[in-house]
Design a protein around this ligand. Structure first.
Ligand SMILES: [Zn+2]
Length: 147
């Protein structure tokens, strides 16, 4: 049986930098306008990434095979935030799940709505709530909602 551990506390965070590989992100954004998620699959091991990197993290070879990923998936882990990055209390708790979309091996982080914090759980089925009008930007994927 799986167990969920609840850890309450404060993290001292500083600013950080990260890089997004442009090509895989551009591919993803291009299809998001049509409410589709397009990742990249490794032709050697079959691993699917979203957004797609230019090389497979397992095989260390260049990859470029587009692979459609579902906009449904399951919560792998989550955090519930009660304060913003400056420590100011939020009006409503913010649920930030990390989701493994069906047909994808990498996980993505988002925000969840339509669910009380006490009802979120690992393994919970969720789906992407798309913007009413999509433009090919990251904002097209508004948040996750329970499936
Ligand atoms: Zn591979």
């Amino acid at each position: 049986m799986e167990e969920t551990k609840v850890v309450t506390g404060a993290w001292e965070l500083s600013t950080f930098k990260f890089n997004v590989e442009g090509r895989g992100l551009q591919l993803m954004l291009k299809h998001m306008k049509d409410r589709k998620l397009m990742g990249i699959k490794c032709h050697q091991c079959g691993t699917v990434y979203l957004p797609g990197p230019f090389y497979c993290r397992k095989c260390h070879i260049k990859i470029d095979e587009p692979a459609e990923v579902s906009d449904h998936g399951q919560v792998m882990t989550f955090t519930i935030g009660y304060a913003d990055v400056r420590g100011n209390p939020l009006d409503e708790p913010r649920i930030a799940p990390i989701v493994k979309l069906d047909g994808c091996d990498s996980w993505i982080m988002g925000v969840m709505q339509g669910c009380a914090p006490e009802d979120v759980h690992v393994g919970m089925r969720v789906k992407v709530q798309w913007a009413e009008e999509t433009t090919g930007s990251l904002q097209d994927m508004q948040y996750f909602v329970p499936e």
